[in-house]
Design a protein around this ligand. Sequence first.
Ligand code: EPU
Length: 301
Amino acid sequence: MLLPKGVQRNISLAPFAAYKVGGAADYFFEASTEIELVKVIDWAFHSKIPYFVLGSGSNLLIRDTGFRGLVIYVGPLTRSWKIELLEGEGRFRVPAAFSKAELLDFALMNGWSGLEFSAGIPGTLGGAVYMNAGTRWGSYESVIESVRLWIPKLGIVEKPATEMGFKYRGHGEGALSKGAIVLSVDIKLQKSSDNGSLSFAMVDRILSYRGARQALERPSCGSVFKNPEGSSMGAGRLIEAANLKGQAIGGAQISTKHANFILNTGEAKAKDIEDLVEFIQKTIFEKYKIELELELIIIGQ
Ligand code: EPU
């Protein structure tokens, strides 16, 4: 098959995922502009090649057997994505590939408030839309006005946030049609009244909270499971109550600090992590009749 310029074959994905595990993609392309991104996805769609857009891989487990299709990498190695000023105070168009941390820095440095809740959340803005990323202090739905998508056969479509059906760690059923890709996000921030000192203080507080409670020293994807609806205990507390802290399969271990984190202690295979995920789900179901739903996204054969 004749490949578009820049498409590489058989590239290992492990370096691109937070867990540092995973096999190779059959095809790999690094996109640094929206035009490149749309062109290559259009090619994959018409060639019937499965595709996946990879940001910083912070919430992703790639199986050891890799991905039989095209991975389009738009993550942090690609520095060309820029924030665009829109008309109206505090309105910005942010490429989906833009990093959340850099967006927060931009807001803080320019006296805009509204994104403090996101301090410490890894990954790109595209992922933030997909899963309405957030913390106990808020989630992205509070700043998103609309989302620009590329949808197979329709091309570029803009959807107001009201049509996205955002909910805890997710979006409404059908809000993103099959094969849709997030291109950019229009957000609205508020002018800080005090030169941003309250915002800086809040970000510091959140970062210390996370540092004290979360296992940040080894490769992980953050929370593996969503907090179950209708349970007074979050996923971490439940897993701890089931005495699973520290349990390991191969190189994958449940953190002894925060039980909703699975760590790669060095030599983990994706299979070890997935087996541990299933072991946790089975144990929690047997003990508490609660089905833990994954926040982590798993791709590959
Ligand atoms: N807890 C335990 N044992 C544990 C872990 C937590 O008893 O092993 C207790 C804590 O002591 C606390 C409660 O459970 O009383 C909640 O824990 P925490 O404050 O750490 O929050 P969380 O619900 O586990 C959520 C998000 C995190 C986010 C934090 C802080 C989910 C699934 N996770 O965690 O998001 O950073 O709140 O806002 O909603 C992520 O999504 O990757 C992530 C890290």
